[in-house]
Unconditional design. Structure first.
Length: 452
């Protein structure tokens, strides 16, 4: 009889468990005993709140931070301010002129839109921005662009001549949807000119085009690189600002096989996040020309985001940036390229399992970055029951987060999965065994429900 996966993991990863790097395991209390569970979904090392605060102090010492930033240290130089030094380090890696640290990505992108909507301090009449239908600004920000920015959103839709093959699944509007393409943007610009009679698109009130790399709601799909560049050239000709929603820019760069500076080069402005792929507490940064960032500092105060001190957030973010980007080749752990390879290897194993294929739709079918979406051909209750059964049987939690989806067919719910240092240390075979067990249990539950 074989040992459960947890004990086999101990055999191949003794150093990780011994050192307490057990973010891949979470303790579940059952009476007076504790059972260690392998968490396949969580990418970052989990820490208790007190340990997080202790690690912040250690990070501050390692970065030689000996003072508190005050209201962004706007007037200080990088030699005088550790926060400005952090911003300079990031913009140097990305090849941009300047950068500004902010507490949240929602605030960062709103500020970018406000700046691009202003030309010589003149706000464009009826200004708007354009984005993909799955943009974070449309789905998760409660129409803040309308209520706070007084802006309209134009959705970049698929070019009507594009083949329907591989674009949308009839059961769910986002399954196998395609990312933004040059043909989509070009078609929308032509329509705007025709409807308005304007010579260039910027005269129609469209001030900014937002491209997300990768498309989070599409399972980490990437716009073709030649399209990224072509869209940028088109925006410049039409007088439209080109903004990058780079919440997962590190994953995108690995997917393209390009440096961070190469990926952001076509864009006028860039937003990056530090808590997603890098695992910091919270924090974001805007990058662009010096004039753009000077305006962003003004808007940060107007948005109430220029806190007296950003110390805990900025320290966490700088430490994560150093660890995962600047010094990634010098430490033990996975690069984003390693995470991408790991994801592809695991998905190749899962896709070859017939039982899994009967219960789960992968989107995209072949990962384009180190993240992917799973769509389940079952109800939310069935998925949770199957998950709990696998956890009890094997000591492995296949997912923690799951949500229902609108569907006209058999797809009932979805989950998102990304590779990080924590779950990236789990052997591929454990992923296959656990997901195969989950699919078998799901199949049993569906048959039982059909019989009843």
């Amino acid at each position: 009889m074989r040992s459960p996966p947890f004990f086999r993991a101990l055999e191949v990863l003794p150093h990780a468990i011994f050192l307490g790097c057990a973010s891949m395991v979470s303790g579940l209390q059952h009476g007076t005993s504790t059972t260690k569970i392998i968490d396949l979904q969580y990418p970052h090392h989990k820490q208790a709140p007190d340990k997080i605060l202790e690690s912040l102090a250690e990070t501050a010492r390692s970065l030689d931070i000996e003072s508190i930033d005050v209201y962004g240290d706007f007037e200080a130089s990088p030699s005088e301010s550790w926060l400005r030094k952090f911003e300079l380090e990031v913009c140097s890696v990305f090849g941009k002129e300047d950068a500004l640290f902010l507490p949240s990505g929602t605030m960062a992108q709103s500020i970018a839109l406000k700046i691009h909507a202003s030309r010589g301090n003149q706000v464009v009449e009826g200004n708007a921005f354009a984005c993909h239908e799955t943009s974070h600004l449309l789905l998760w920000e409660e129409e803040s662009y309308e209520y706070l920015l007084n802006m309209d959103a134009f959705v970049v839709e698929r070019h009507p001549d594009i083949s329907k093959e591989g674009t949308k699944n009839e059961e769910n509007k986002h399954v196998h949807s395609l990312p933004m393409a040059f043909s989509d943007v070009h078609h929308m610009f032509e329509l705007l000119r025709e409807e308005s009679g304007c010579k260039i698109v910027s005269e129609t009130g469209l001030t900014t085009l937002i491209l997300e790399l990768p498309h989070r709601e599409l399972g980490g799909k990437l716009t073709a690189w030649e399209d990224v560049e072509a869209i940028g050239e088109l925006c410049r000709r039409e007088g439209v600002a080109y903004h990058l929603d780079g919440a997962r820019i590190f994953e995108a760069a690995a997917g393209y096989g390009k440096s961070l500076s190469e990926v952001v080069a076509p864009f006028d402005s860039v937003y990056i996040s530090f808590y997603k792929g890098l695992g910091a507490i919270s924090g974001a940064m805007l990058l662009g020309k010096k004039s753009f960032c000077e305006d962003a500092r003004i808007w940060l105060s107007r948005f109430g985001g220029n806190l007296y001190s950003l110390l805990p957030y900025a320290v966490s973010c700088w430490g994560a940036f150093r660890k995962h980007v600047v010094e990634c080749e010098l430490r033990e752990g996975m690069t984003f390229e390693d995470k991408f390879v790991k994801m592809r290897n695991i998905m190749s194993l899962l896709a070859s399992d017939e039982i899994i294929a009967e219960s789960i739709v992968f989107d995209p079918p072949v990962p384009q970055t180190s993240m992917i979406h799973f769509y389940f051909l079952a109800s939310l209750d069935q998925c949770k029951t199957a998950r709990d059964a696998v956890e009890l049987e094997l000591g492995v939690k296949v997912f923690s987060r799951i949500r229902e989806v609108e569907s006209s067919g058999s797809i009932g719910c979805k989950t998102e999965w990304a590779i990080g240092d924590s779950n990236g240390a789990i052997p591929d075979e454990i992923f296959l065994e656990a997901w195969s067990a989950f699919a078998r249990k799901l199949q049993e539950l569906r048959e039982q429900d059909n019989d009843s």
